[in-house]
Design a protein around this ligand. Structure first.
Ligand code: FAD
Ligand code: NAD
Length: 476
């Protein structure tokens, strides 16, 4: 007979493991199926985010930024340094250790919350039944009152640049190079291309990004994207827009990348090639056809705004369903579904208040609507901006490029969007997210006392600037 649980979660990424934890906190008997085998050959929890995504990439971004800072020198601070050497092996080792600490931490949390980890590949057979294929190939059946699908996503591959796992790699391989490539080609100047491109540029690679679309960071506020392109180009990232890769040839020494743009045909020669052109949901083989689970035309599991699928008692969350592919979006969906199963009254996610961050230098962060979207939608709005160049803390940090931009409704003054490029944008944006979650006006933010000297004062001044009341710049 199949073993029975209150809830079975398939997938232990930030969507699935958070759903499992919250269900357990609410008193349910929970099992979580996870198939991940890490680079050391061990089963691991945490999914893409902890193993090969958010955490290792941010670890490398931090290490490479420290290296570059020291390499460039601290002369203006009055600090003289000796020579600065790169130990890439140690940098990678540190990354592995951080990943191991965090993924082991999830295993500990599972244990202390009584969550059973079913190691292997899960498949939905019917509304309340799943099959798990263990790593040794044996299969077992389990049933549950509620099943939460959280199998995440995988990198998109393209025929023009097939991966070989060594020299042509996806985002996972792009965090594992054992030597700094002399030249690194990157296909796709999106979030991953810019983050990992920055890592290797800082460590010494010549980095060339080939982006199919003519517009740089099309989803970002245009004013911010223009500033970002200017700053990245100044750092030496070679970003080529409107570049369509036709084919690649892997030679003994180099890789030839053939691409076309509006000026014709080109060939680029690189040592390594990183392909990061988006991600697709892991929905293939997730459910037996007889289960009748509904997918949309792009392979996402179809759900309503409460993450309920077309099958009673079956939910889907995270990268597997519509919406931004972000760890925090999946985690919040996990909490919502767990509480809804427990019978709590829940609200659907407020998609207008999901923050985005690109961890480049400068960082780019935003929430809500961009100016170009408001124009397209015909929404009347006021804009307030404030440059970090006029912020004392940013000056002291030597990080005075970029700005904060706040968009507020022209009639109600409700904050509709906030866009930041500059130091600690990833942290600063959270104040704007909180403001929007509580339906604050730009005046609410402007009347809130901000500590001095802080980067947050730039957010404060941008809110003041919405009504021409900024104090440390000339209002226009
Ligand atoms: P995943 O994390 O993909 O987890 C799904 C899990 O399900 C995996 O462990 C997988 O092994 C398991 N699984 C799949 N199929 C089965 C099955 N049939 N049976 C059992 N288990 C199965 N997002 C951010 O918010 N911030 C960032 O800074 C950020 N940086 C990123 C950097 C990189 C390089 C990458 C690649 C992604 C990054 N992301 C970031 C995106 C983020 O990692 C994903 O949005 C997030 O991991 C999605 O969570 P999830 O739980 O839905 O899926
Ligand atoms: P992306 O959608 O951010 O960028 C992909 C880029 O590749 C786009 O600009 C697209 O126009 C371009 N492209 C598509 N096909 C192409 C082709 N054939 N040739 C050249 N360019 C092509 O996707 P990504 O960078 O692969 O990242 C995937 C997702 O992972 C992100 O959308 C995000 O949801 C998540 N992620 C988030 C973070 C973060 O939050 N900081 C970091 C990394 C990844």
């Amino acid at each position: 007979m199949a073993q029975t649980y209150d809830v079975i979660v398939i997938g232990a990424g930030p969507a699935g493991y958070v759903a499992a934890l919250r269900c357990a906190q609410l008193g349910m008997e929970v099992a979580c199926v996870e198939q991940w085998i890490n680079t050391q050959g061990n089963p691991a929890l945490g999914g893409t985010c902890l193993n090969v995504g958010c955490i290792p990439s941010k670890t490398l971004l931090e290490s490479s930024e420290q290296y570059q800072k020291l390499k460039q020198g601290l002369d203006t601070h009055g600090i003289q340094l000796g020579s600065v050497e790169l130990d890439l092996q140690q940098m990678m080792q540190r990354k592995h250790e951080i990943v191991a600490q965090l993924t082991d931490g999830i295993a500990q949390l599972f244990k202390s919350n009584g969550i059973v980890w079913l190691q292997g590949r899960g498949k939905l057979l019917a509304a309340h039944q799943i099959e798990v294929t263990a790593h040794d190939g044996s299969t077992s059946l389990y049933s549950a009152d509620h099943i939460i699908l959280a199998t995440g996503s995988s990198p998109v591959t393209i025929g023009a640049a097939p991966l070989d796992g060594e020299r042509i790699v996806d985002s996972t391989g792009g965090q594992e190079f054992t030597e700094v490539p002399k030249t690194l080609g990157v296909i796709g100047a999106g979030v991953i291309g810019l983050e990992l491109g920055s890592v290797w540029k800082r460590l010494g690679s010549e980095v060339i990004l080939l982006e199919a679309v003519d517009q740089f960071l099309a989803d970002v506020d245009e004013q911010i994207a223009r500033d970002a392109l200017r700053q990245f180009t100044r750092q030496g990232l070679d970003i080529r827009l409107g570049a369509r890769v036709v084919k690649t040839e892997v030679g003994d020494e180099h890789i030839a990348v053939y691409y076309q743009d509006q000026n014709g045909d080109h060939t680029l020669t690189v040592d390594n090639l990183l392909v990061c052109v988006g991600r697709i949901p892991n929905s293939d083989g997730l459910a037996a056809p007889e289960a009748g689970l509904l997918f949309d035309e792009r392979g996402y599991v179809h759900t309503d705004e409460y993450c309920q699928t077309n099958l009673p008692g079956v939910y889907a969350i995270g990268d597997l369903v519509r919406g931004p592919m972000l760890a925090h979006k999946g985690s919040e969906e996990g909490v919502m579904v767990a509480e809804s199963i427990a019978g709590h009254s829940v609200n659907p996610l407020n998609h207008d208040a999901i923050p985005w961050v690109i961890y480049t230098h400068p960082e780019i962060a935003w929430v809500g609507k961009t100016e170009q979207i408001l124009k397209t939608q015909g929404v009347p709005y006021n804009v307030g901006t404030f440059p970090f160049a006029a912020n004392g803390r940013a000056k002291a940090m030597g990080e005075s490029s970029g700005m904060v931009k706040i968009l507020a409704h022209a009639e109600t003054d409700a904050i509709l969007g906030a866009h930041i490029i500059g130091p600690m944008a990833s942290e600063l944006i959270q104040e704007c997210v909180l403001a929007m979650e509580f339906s604050a006006s730009s005046e609410d933010l402007a009347r809130t006392i901000h500590g001095h000297p802080t980067l947050y004062e730039a957010v404060h001044e941008a809110a003041l600037a919405v009504h021409g009341m900024a104090l440390h710049k000339v209002n226009t």
